[in-house]
Design a protein around this ligand. Structure first.
Ligand code: HEC
Length: 118
C-alpha cells in the first residue's frame, strides 16, 4: 500500500512539474480537470477516477448536490490551492498552487460546481 501511495504521489508531482513547465497556456477548466483531477475525482465528478481505489480516502461525489451545497467556494479554493490538509481533508488531495494561479483555481471551483445538476 505504501508503494502505491508513493506512486500516486509521484504521478501527482510529475503532473505539477509538467504543468509548471508548460506555463499558463489558457487551458479551459474542463480540460485542466480532465487532465489533472479526473484520475481521482472521476470524469463526471463521482469520485470514481482510475486512481480512486488506491487512495486512503475515496473522493466525495461532486454530483451530490446536498453535500456540495454545504461546502463553500472558499473551502474548495483552499483545498485545491493548498491541498487536503489545509481544510482538514486527507493529504491524498495534493496542493496545486505550483500548477495553477488563483484565477485558474477559481475556474476549477466553478467547474467542480457544474457536476451538481439541479
Ligand atoms: C491523487 C488524487 C487526487 C487528485 C489528482 C485530485 N484530488 Fe481533489 N481530492 C482528493 C481527495 C482524496 C480529496 C478528499 C476527499 C474529498 O473531499 O473528496 C479531495 C478533495 C478535493 C476537494 C475538496 C472537496 C471538499 O470536500 O471540500 C476539491 C474541491 C478537489 N479535491 C478538487 C480537485 C481538483 C480541482 C483537482 C485537479 C486540479 C483535484 N482535486 C485533484 C484526491 C485528489
Amino acid at each position: 500500500m505504501i508503494g502505491t501511495a508513493a506512486l500516486v504521489c509521484v504521478i501527482a508531482i510529475a503532473g505539477t512539474i509538467q504543468r509548471a513547465a508548460a506555463g499558463d497556456d489558457g487551458d479551459s477548466p474542463a480540460s485542466q480537470y480532465t487532465i489533472y483531477c479526473a484520475k481521482c475525482h472521476g470524469p463526471t465528478g463521482h469520485g470514481d477516477g482510475v486512481n480512486a481505489s488506491t487512495l486512503k480516502t475515496r473522493p466525495r461525489d461532486f454530483a451530490d448536490c446536498a453535500t456540495m451545497s454545504k461546502i463553500s467556494d472558499d473551502t474548495m479554493f483552499k483545498a485545491i490551492k493548498e491541498g487536503g490538509p489545509a481544510v482538514n481533508l486527507p493529504g491524498d488531495m495534493p496542493p496545486w498552487e505550483q500548477a495553477f494561479d488563483d484565477g485558474e483555481i477559481k475556474g476549477l471551483v466553478a467547474y467542480v460546481r457544474t457536476f451538481c445538476k439541479k
